[in-house]
Write a new protein. Sequence first.
Length: 146
Amino acid sequence: MNSILQQLYNVPTFRHSLLAADDRQPVDEQVDGRGVRVDNNSLHQWIKMFAFLQMTDRQEYNPVEFCFAFKEVNGNPTNVRVQQDAQEFLNLGFDRLEKSLKETPQKYLCENVFQGKLTSLTVCKSCGNIVCTDEDFYTLQVTVKN
């Protein structure tokens, strides 16, 4: 999670656009496991984290509130003691950001900054007919064959 968040923060277009986002949702305060009141809106937590990193000289941020708001599939706060696949976290993060940003001017943020298009060509060996298939992607899987 930390490596993905660091990489996303270091993409200026993404960071500046996210910091300009306003979902017009009120603060959703809930009490976390430490007994601290936390805004349970994950978009607000993305913005809070990026703003802290941008506006302070400190180079670290404790993402405990982000982890509380960024729920696992079962609805529980992110368990930082369980290692998660980086690509899985990235895809989930983009999906949630897109949903949170859908009513804002930044609704296409992830798509505009990170999405690419993969075109597959299939050529029929017998007739030579070519079929092109386009598929959007945020990440590419790289496989090495020996």
